[in-house]
Design a protein around this ligand. Structure first.
Ligand code: PBG
Length: 337
């Protein structure tokens, strides 16, 4: 006769977590979070010219595109059901200067892109960044004066750039340069210019992170950047400071909040969502994307599985959506399910 008394029974009694995991149907029934195409924002890189699709070495599968190709990509994204794209320009070196003056040119590359996409694909949302880094000769997000990134002067310029971006058709302005007071200033500037319906997605908690490396290669700021961004981005050690910074953005009128980078900052995602209840987004940044791609290309991990797992983790952490370079790849997979 077999002894039916097991030690585990004494410990767990009648409590058995595995009952709900026993079959595919129970697992589906109790699943708490789901990733859908509605959760995706696709960041894309723009270059001058026509007919250009230029692979970015540090981001396998991601290309710099000329405006005409970006329009095609936006069409594809809209057809897949992706709600919005976020555009980042890689402009000519000759156009970059100390103050990032090209950000104040009405038909600069980013605004040309917005206008062209809005005309051809009116139903996709366009989110534009107003940080100055694509436009400066030193790769910083603001105006550099005597070794310092000057706050208020940068905010004045960012407001003007935001109005031009809204004039071109941008639906949401997303300031990533972390200057103090920028959200309120942009809100007032947009309203005064008649852009009351243009939203603001604040890069509310942007950390001074090593995960941005491949992005700096993509828009060619890597070789330009002198020093670091520690005097304006948040120290990765500080969670409570990040929440205080986000609180100011909420007070100043942000419509949506973003946490950047994503996976290493899931605690911040959760705290931001809990604290403010605003639509909250994570930016799965370039370094996060490239790590997954590189390991997958080496056969060390199952890239698709980890892509889906990381994106679901953002949902579990309270995010309403994710900015991710995986967006079209994910949308295609979700469409097949
Ligand atoms: C700067 C900016 C950064 C990213 C987008 N805009 C960070 C930086 O270069 O310091 C990073 C995006 C990514 O890594 O995917 N305003």
């Amino acid at each position: 006769m077999q002894d039916k008394t097991h030690l585990v029974d004494e410990i767990t009694g009648h409590r058995r977590m595995r009952r709900n995991r026993k079959a595919d149907w129970t697992r589906r029934l109790v699943q708490e979070n789901r990733l859908t195409v509605d959760d995706l924002i696709w960041p894309i890189f723009i270059v001058p010219g026509t007919g250009i699709v230029d692979p970015i070495a540090a981001m396998p599968g991601v290309n710099r595109m000329s405006v005409d190709k970006a329009v095609e990509a936006a069409k594809e994204a809209a057809d897949l059901g992706i709600p919005a794209i976020a555009t980042f320009p890689d402009i000519e070196m000759e156009l970059r200067d100390e103050t990032g003056s090209n950000s104040l040119v009405a038909n600069n590359l980013i605004n040309q892109t917005t206008a062209a996409i809005k005309k051809a694909v009116p139903d996709i949302g366009i989110i534009t960044d107003v940080a100055l880094d694509p436009f400066t000769s030193h790769g910083h997000d603001g105006i550099l004066r005597d070794g310092e990134i000057v706050n208020d002067e940068t905010v004045d310029q960012v407001v003007k750039a935001a109005i031009l971006q809204a004039d071109a058709g941008a639906d949401i302005i997303a300031p990533s340069e972390m200057m103090d007071g920028r959200i309120g200033a942009i809100r007032r500037g947009l309203d005064a210019a008649g852009h009351q319906s243009v939203g603001i997605m604040s890069y509310a908690t942007k950390f001074s992170s090593g995960f941005y490396g491949p992005y700096r290669e993509a828009i060619n700021t890597k070789g330009l950047l002198k020093g670091d961004k520690n005097s304006y981005y948040i120290n990765p050690a500080n969670g409570t400071e990040a929440i205080r910074d986000a609180a100011l953005d909420v007070e100043e009128g942000a419509d949506m909040l973003m946490v950047k980078p994503g996976l290493a900052y899931l605690d911040i995602c959760w705290r931001v969502k809990e604290a403010f209840g605003l639509p909250t987004f994570a930016y799965q940044v370039s370094g996060e994307y490239s790590q997954i791609k590189a390991a997958a290309m080496n056969g060390w991990i199952d890239g698709e599985r980890i892509m889906m797992e990381t994106l679901l983790a953002f949902k579990r952490a309270g995010c309403d959506g994710i900015l991710t370079y995986f967006a079209p790849e994910v949308a295609k997979i979700l469409a097949k399910r």
